[in-house]
Design a protein around this ligand. Structure first.
Ligand code: MRU
Length: 348
């Protein structure tokens, strides 16, 4: 069983503190939406679908504490709570998708007594979490045929169980291929500066007995040139209507290298990551994070303290470098504009 990074037990949201992995497995308790918002901002929980799940549960906690007499009073406060949760991180569209779904749920139950409405919101948040894991399993099954027996697969960042409601997207495809009996070797990019590859991907694959070898980000080109990588698979934070993919910084570099070496470059993401309102990747907001993530590893300073720093947390890989986008409703390649729209229209 792959790990689930977010649980709801006895009225409390519990999150595995991903900042402390791999050395410590610490679960934090969250009793209110402000705590959940801070957990998203400070990366206790991260990964596009997991951020959406956390925000939905945060909204449900916030709803629980609203004292209002009628729906209008309730909803005005609920919208403010959702706005706080929405302001935590800008790039992963799953965050906004999940909060929109929570607001629709509230509106759809406007006639219910408020205690019942609050229960419905909690049920909706729990369904977003459970559904994400189910969809990842479908997505994994759809993508597994692309991964051949014996393949050496490079991944970047962590698009695993830790980044989702469970099972993972890119690592979900890898898990599904392994469940089908294929022997794989995963190369995990360490993923500077936050080290999601070395701290999280390596941890969760080792935990599940899937062979993994860690490399520094700047080693991928060398391994490709030696014929030691057969395909690349990554997750996504937001995919524009034309198939441009925003994902963890460094993904674009890997995609360019893969094209140079004729290696397939796959993106695995649920439909909740696809944002058809954005015409292309240039419209996707890219988060800039604190310089300390670049100048330090943990408490250790690695650069002159006064040096100027850039720290964009994501980049955009143009659709032309993407061999296929794997979703729970099918695999799209070639004309992404048409293919993604068709998948979205296909319905659940
Ligand atoms: O900054 P992070 O750790 O939230 O970034 C995560 C990624 O870029 C993942 O690859 C992406 O969210 C897909 S997770 C299934």
């Amino acid at each position: 069983m792959s790990i689930k990074p977010i649980l709801f037990e006895s009225g409390v949201v519990k999150m595995l503190d991903q900042r402390r992995l791999p050395t410590e497995e610490v679960w934090n308790d969250y009793h209110d939406y402000q705590g959940v918002a801070e957990a998203i901002t400070t990366m206790v929980v991260r990964g596009a679908p997991a951020i959406g799940v956390a925000a939905a549960l945060g909204a449900a906690l916030g709803a629980r504490d609203i004292a209002a007499r009628d729906f209008d009073g309730f909803f005005a406060q609920f919208e403010k709570i959702c706005a706080v949760l929405a302001a935590t991180r800008p790039t992963a569209v799953n965050l906004f998708w999940a909060l929109d779904r929570m607001k629709s749920c509230a509106r759809g139950n406007a006639q219910s007594p408020l205690p019942e409405l609050k229960e419905r919101l909690l049920a909706e948040a729990l369904e977003i979490a459970a559904e994400d894991e189910r969809l990842n399993r479908d997505l994994g099954r759809n993508g597994a045929p692309l991964i051949l027996d014996g393949a050496r697969v490079l991944t970047h960042c962590n698009a695993g169980a830790l980044a989702t409601g469970g099972y993972g997207t890119a690592l979900g495809v890898i898990r599904a291929a392994v469940e089908q009996g294929k022997q794989l070797l995963v190369y995990a990019d360490e993923t500077r500066p936050f080290l999601q590859g070395s701290r999280l991907t390596a941890w969760e694959l080792l935990r599940d007995g899937i062979p993994v070898t860690l490399i520094c980000d700047n080693m991928a080109g060398y391994l490709m040139s030696k014929g030691e990588i057969d395909c690349v698979i990554v997750g996504a934070d937001r995919i524009a209507a034309n198939g441009d993919v925003a994902n963890k910084i460094g993904t674009y570099t890997v995609a360019v290298l893969a094209r140079e070496h004729n290696i397939p470059f796959y993106v695995a993401a649920p439909l909740s990551t696809i944002d058809l309102s954005m015409v292309d990747g240039s419209e996707i907001p890219i988060e800039e994070r604190a310089s300390r993530e670049v100048t330090h590893v943990g408490a250790q300073l690695l650069a002159p303290e006064s040096v100027g720093v850039r720290n964009p947390a994501f980049d955009v890989t143009p659709a032309r470098l993407v061999s296929a986008i794997i979703t729970e409703r099918g695999v799209v390649s070639g004309d992404y504009r048409q293919g993604l729209r068709q998948l979205a229209e296909k319905g659940g």
